[in-house]
Design a protein around this ligand. Structure first.
Ligand code: SF4
Length: 551
């Protein structure tokens, strides 16, 4: 491919009148001083006027994913949302970098609501956000409609949007069909201060749960699941405190229960239940729950197993109800041994009863691990919250895992897993960014990269066999003996594809990538000087934004 300018090809540009111009790229072209590219790195700078909520709302209306999060947050705070944003900042700490790359966080809470029986979901946000969210939720098999209260600048600025939401909630709250209605403020209504807390708490016995799930306050969609689960547990806890509540449809266990925090493979709660039986215990509901009355049963437990470690708001509700919370999970040999011991301790069980349970299950797990070994070096990253557990299982199966990245934050509930992994020489990166995950993969050059979609894409470009964490790893049992053997087949098959990946890479060698991808009749025109100019412009804008923030 020829370098520089003066190559065959054409330029497409606009003239002063906005007409399209196509000119042969046959002469030396200099980058213009100002490319006229819209700078989205710092869309609007403003000072939030303290007493001008209408102006704040107008600014918020300009916002969205492409708006600076600082501006959106400032607008939300000026509009009276400081309390909730401070709570989110404490529950879901950001850093070491600001925000892992992830889909719109509201998808997490939306999915939790859509999976619950007799629950209606209403979104309040920009139409493009709601379109994207309802598309993704139906892509992932939502079986019911997503409600939407649209708005425009007038209804937002005048407060009519809140009236519209209240009307929609009254219209839909039919106790024959529903136990609860979840109303979610997305970015713009949150930044505008739409006060969902002023909605009625219940209408004809239908509970109304209003939550703010802004992209500028919740780092990942995993944590947004906790926002809704926590809000529902809070509601249910207050109902319990106020008087008797109905029993769950599935009845009540005659043994003390352990509630399970985190969405997991459907067989896992059953496997955990089997392991709890010799301790005289039973598995309680999985939170996020599938029906309202399960929330009461979940709170009625003897202890909580934080299988996924990022449910901070939910943990707060369990702790307010006086329930002890146990971290990690019964994965692999060491994990199961310690978890059974911690559960036994939480219930004050005698040591010999705990040892009997361990002796019953650990040999089965050992056997399963030995029967399905994994050989090879694996890098692992994801945003599900189970990354550290999967890494433990892979290592006990024989794999080398030098790096584990998770988009989730560091919490006490994964501390044992992190310590175990670090003792094995694993680099554990909380709040890992895509760059962290890719850099680890490129440096380590593993036999297999397990990761998110862009990591897998990058891995394949490099000829490294790669597996999607969400679709292929999360969709398998992890707990007890069932989990011990479940990963080997898919992992070993992928590692075995290394030669095929190398052949494919060789086959596609020389095909363009990034902005030169595709079929070109002639060589694409590269303009490194244009890029340099634009890069400088973006850097200048970023510096100006930083300076404005400091003022
Ligand atoms: S609601 Fe989601 S998609 Fe919409 S602006 Fe916020 S983060 Fe982006």
């Amino acid at each position: 491919m020829s370098e520089g300018l003066g190559r065959d090809g054409y330029e497409v540009a606009y003239d002063e009148n906005g007409e399209v111009q196509i000119v042969p790229a046959d002469k030396d072209v200099k980058a213009p001083a100002d490319l006229g590219i819209i700078d989205v790195s710092s869309p609007i700078t403003f000072e939030v006027p303290k007493d001008a909520p209408a102006e704040v709302k107008e600014i918020a209306l300009e916002g969205g994913c492409s708006a600076g999060t600082a501006q959106m947050e400032a607008a939300a705070r000026a509009a009276g949302k400081s309390d909730i944003l401070d709570q989110y900042a404490a529950d879901y700490p950001q850093g070491p970098h600001d925000k892992p790359q992830s889909m719109c966080p509201a998808f997490g809470s939306l999915r939790v609501g859509l999976r619950m029986k007799r629950t209606a979901t209403i979104l309040s946000g920009s139409a493009c956000c709601v379109y994207g969210l309802s598309f993704v939720s139906h892509f992932y098999g939502a079986r019911r409609s997503v409600g939407y209260v649209p708005f425009n600048s007038e209804t937002l600025v005048t407060g009519k949007l809140f009236e519209d939401i209240r009307e929609a909630v009254h219209d839909i709250a039919d106790p024959e069909k529903l136990d609860s209605v979840v109303v979610t403020n997305l970015c713009v209504p949150t930044a505008s201060g739409v006060p969902l807390r002023l909605l009625p708490k219940e209408i004809n016995g239908v509970r109304i749960v209003g939550i703010d799930v802004p992209g500028f306050g919740i780092p990942t969609h995993a944590e947004a699941k906790d926002v809704l689960a926590g809000a529902m547990l809070n509601y249910a806890r207050e109902e319990i405190e106020a008087g008797p509540v109905p029993m769950p449809a599935s009845g009540k266990s005659d043994r003390p229960t352990v509630s399970l925090l985190g969405e997991m493979f459907p067989a896992d709660p059953m496997v955990i239940g089997q392991m709890l039986a010799p301790l005289g215990l039973a598995a309680g509901p999985v939170v996020p729950c599938r029906e309202w009355r399960e929330l009461y049963a979940a709170l009625d437990c003897g202890a909580v197993a934080a299988i996924h470690p990022f449910y901070t708001a939910s943990v707060r509700e369990f702790q307010a109800a006086g329930r002890p919370v146990i971290g990690s999970a019964p994965v692999g040999l060491d994990g199961t041994r310690n978890w059974l011991a911690n559960i036994g301790e939480a219930f004050n069980l005698p040591a010999d009863q705990i040892a009997a349970a361990q002796n019953q299950f650990l040999p089965m797990i050992k056997e399963a691990l030995a029967a399905t070994p994994i050989k090879g070096t694996i890098t692992l990253s994801g945003y599900e919250g189970s990354e550290l557990l999967v890494a433990r299982l892979l290592i006990e199966s024989g794999a080398e895992v030098p790096y584990v990245g998770t988009a989730c934050p560091k919490t006490p509930w994964s501390a044992d897993d992190a310590a175990w992994l670090e003792a094995k020489g694993v680099q554990v990166k909380y709040r890992a960014s895509l760059e962290d995950d890719c850099a680890a993969m490129e440096a380590i050059k593993p036999d297999l990269a397990i990761g998110t979609t862009p990591v897998v894409q990058k891995g394949k470009e490099l000829g490294i066999p790669s597996l999607y964490f969400t679709n292929l790893i999360s969709a398998r049992p992890l707990m007890g003996a069932a989990g011990a053997g479940s990963l080997a087949q898919v992992v070993n098959a992928a590692i075995g594809n290394k030669d095929r990946m190398a052949n494919m890479r060789e086959f596609f060698e020389g095909v363009g990538n990034a902005d030169t991808a595709g079929v070109w009749e002639k060589s694409p025109n590269l303009h490194p000087n244009f890029r340099t100019t634009n890069l400088k412009k973006l850097e200048r804008a970023a510096k100006a934004a930083k300076a404005a923030e400091m003022i």
